[in-house]
Design a protein around this ligand. Structure first.
Ligand code: F6R
Length: 233
């Protein structure tokens, strides 16, 4: 893994953007994208840039089960608001939170198979999850319905008015599909991510820390701020 510890989130996101442009110059035309607070600055930098994304297909990692694309808490809505409404893409895919489990898993796995991901953007949960592959998820997993663990529901609470509104399930791309991406950029910011980052990079490869599997991927760049990198040797 290549690890960059940058001064702050802005500089880290700028670094990620430079790497993204390099990959595009090398022919990358399918991006795997994440939601949450981690990629917000990257998406802002992308939308403010004069880079043309109209040849890029994007495939998002996950979506809450039960939320429609129009729901302001959905990941569809997040992507529209932060990126897709501002920059035209060739095609954008996000799992459909209202679709039936078996059909949606099959549909999304086919989308990933038809659009092999050149560059996957990842955040990481405080418990080491990637996508919504929570601790214990099989390294062999593909897109499926997953139950969010209590700590994830707790972290997501800030985005919802009432705790009971926080979705308990999501559709998530599996770890096997994430590992099939040609290149991965994982970003993490803030002290609350420091332990997950340490475990991911320096800990044993175990399904208890889903992100630790990235140690086996040949082309991963980790970009963190000083706080998230503070426990690294
Ligand atoms: C989001 C996703 C999650 C987040 C992770 C970190 O699409 O797949 O794995 O990347 O939960 O969330 P933030 O960025 O909000 O700290």
């Amino acid at each position: 893994m290549n690890v960059f510890v940058m001064k702050n989130k802005r500089e880290a996101s700028q670094k990620a953007f430079e790497l993204m442009k390099q990959e595009m110059e090398n022919g990358a035309d399918v991006f795997g994208l994440a939601t949450g607070s981690t990629p917000e600055d990257l998406y802002e930098i992308m939308t403010a840039s004069d880079t043309d994304f109209s040849g890029i297909t994007s495939v998002n990692l996950d979506e809450y089960v039960g939320l429609s694309p129009e729901d302001p808490q959905s990941y569809h809505y997040f992507m529209e608001k932060h990126l897709f409404s501002k920059k035209p893409f060739k095609e954008t895919y996000v799992p459909n939170g209202l679709a039936e489990e078996t059909e949606e898993s099959a549909r999304y796995n086919k989308i990933i198979a038809d659009n092999p991901i050149d560059l996957q953007i990842l955040g990481i949960g405080t418990n080491g999850h990637i996508g919504f592959n929570e601790p214990g998820a099989s390294f062999d997993s593909e897109t499926r319905k997953v139950a969010l663990v209590e700590s994830t529901i707790e972290s997501n609470k800030v985005y919802f008015e009432h705790e009971e509104d926080v979705p308990r399930y999501a559709y998530s791309m599996g770890i096997k599909s994430i590992m099939a991406s040609k290149k991965i950029i994982l970003m993490a910011f803030g002290e609350h991510k420091a332990e997950a980052i340490k475990n991911m990079i320096e800990g044993p490869i175990t399904e208890d820390v889903p992100a630790s599997i990235l140690q086996r991927h040949p082309n991963v760049t980790v970009i963190v701020d000083e706080e998230a990198g503070s426990l690294l040797k």
